[in-house]
Design a protein around this ligand. Structure first.
Ligand code: SF4
Length: 462
């Protein structure tokens, strides 16, 4: 069993503890590009462009050992900024994007190094800070001085600092968990939407279904499963047979109303039929603009705005596409002009993501006064409305899960958000238009799937 701990170990453990175990015992299932997407990293070409003014020295080496030797040598020489460096400390392998020299005492002299990762997300996520705490421990082992701050660099080159001490407890817990798994002790299953990140998800989901584990149910919390287990209920089948009033007395911490909801969910899962709880408040008109946006997180690029224009005479699908990295602004502006030409029509999307992108694009490229607020007012989040009114017999409520359940089929067998990023990257690298066409079809299918779900819900939940 390989016992290396890297920054990916922390991300993977937080998404799926078993990922660590499988990685250590079985051949890897992932390529480097996929790992970069999952780690919120950018492609190297993008990173180098951000770092151009820092004049960082880039490490290139044939092996980790060679990269380590070169990194330490540069640190001894006092290099200001090192890109792609590697530090090894026992079985710990620290590869932050950047080591930066700052003033202070260390084994190297009157300076020491801090670590910084380049991340695309605008939010400081816990997993970044836990990775930062890991780098700090390795740096202490090498330079005899533990940095107090960790750093994240954004795609626009701005840097955010955080206090490592605040993440120490979480880091220790995660590290202990990883070390235990590397000793061969596996953690129990608990299915959540994060599990989908793991390349081992399908095997695990099947095991969870076979054991009828309570985490098969959509959005059930760990604390609720623990409370139900304490009351002697360990499977979905057992839960489905219970009476909420009676159960409420034996399950502290879960309200009778919530228990009723969970029992209905358990029944729906076993029957394979949705339960409609109430009215869904959709706009009265059937005219609609259904929107789905594709992004390439490796480049911090939003390259495709797909819109299905539904009206009395039928529908038309429109795409506003950046075929190249520098065409995002033009694609956005064409999208804005189109949306402005359809005033007052409800704007449907699935989940919160589109609204976030509208705001971000308006900040980055501009938009007419009031445009984003107007879109927010016209917005209909299909997922949000469904959640309140329908229990589906599904573990997950993603667009793929629900639309497929309702009979919709994507044209590409491997359709997924992650694959669409890889197809777009392929298109940029090779110019193979078939890859771009795959992305366009995927986007159109997502948009049409959203409308299928809305139509189903509108018919059923009145
Ligand atoms: S349920 Fe399975 S896929 Fe999900 S975290 Fe646990 S081991 Fe990983």
């Amino acid at each position: 069993m390989s016992k290396r701990i890297t920054k990916q170990s922390f991300y993977r453990y937080l998404k799926c503890p078993s990922w660590i175990w499988f990685d250590a015992t079985l051949p890897h299932r992932e390529d480097a590009m996929r790992a970069r997407v999952q780690d919120d990293a950018l492609i190297q070409e993008q990173e180098r462009a951000i770092l151009v003014t820092r004049k960082s020295i880039e490490i290139s080496a044939e092996s980790e050992d060679e990269a380590f030797a070169k990194t330490v040598e540069l640190m001894k020489q006092g290099a200001q900024s090192i890109y792609g460096g590697v530090l090894l400390h026992g079985h710990w392998v620290a590869k932050p994007d950047l080591f930066e020299r700052v003033s202070g005492k260390s084994n190297f002299g009157d300076y020491y190094y801090v670590a910084c990762d380049i991340k695309r997300s605008r939010h400081l996520k816990d997993e970044y800070c836990v990775q930062g705490a890991f780098y700090a421990e390795v740096l202490r082992g090498i330079q005899g001085m533990k940095p107090k701050q960790g750093y994240i660099m954004r795609p626009d080159g701005t840097v955010e600092a955080y206090i490592l001490e605040e993440y120490l407890t979480k880091f220790r817990l995660v590290l202990d968990g990883i070390e235990r798994i590397l000793e061969g002790i596996r953690e129990p299953h608990f299915l959540t939407s994060d599990c989908k990140q793991s390349p081992w998800f399908d095997e695990c989901k099947n095991e969870t279904i076979a054991s009828d584990h309570l985490s098969r149910m959509n959005r059930i919390w760990r604390s609720e499963v623990t409370a139900l287990n304490d009351a002697g209920i360990t499977t979905v089948t057992e839960l489905s047979t219970r009476n909420a009033d009676l159960l409420a007395r034996g399950v502290p911490g879960i309200t009778q109303e919530r228990l009723q909801f969970l029992i209905l969910g358990a029944k729906a899962l076993l029957d394979g039929k949705p339960v409609v709880l109430g009215k869904i408040d959709f706009p009265k008109t059937d005219d609609a603009l259904v929107v789905d946006i594709e992004a390439d997180p490796l480049r911090d690029l939003h390259y495709l705005f797909g819109v299905l224009d539904v009206h009395g005479q039928g529908d038309e699908f429109h795409t506003f596409l950046a075929e190249k990295q520098d065409e995002e602004k033009a694609a956005w502006e064409a999208f804005v002009a189109f949306m402005e030409s359809r005033p007052g029509i409800p704007v449907y999307h699935y989940g919160w993501y589109e609204q976030d992108v509208f705001r971000l694009m308006a900040e980055r490229h501009g938009a007419p006064e009031g445009f984003v607020d107007d879109l927010a007012e016209r917005s209909v989040d299909v997922l949000e409305r469904l959640r309140e009114a329908v229990i589906f017999p599904l573990s997950f409520y993603s667009l793929k899960d629900i639309a497929q359940f309702l009979g919709f089929r994507w044209r590409h067998d491997d359709a997924s958000g992650l694959n669409s990023v890889l197809w777009y990257e392929d298109w940029l690298r090779t110019g193979n238009r078939e890859m771009l066409n795959d992305v366009l079809r995927y986007n159109e299918d997502d948009v049409r799937a959203t409308w299928v779900v809305r139509q189903w819900a509108k018919q059923r939940a009145l």
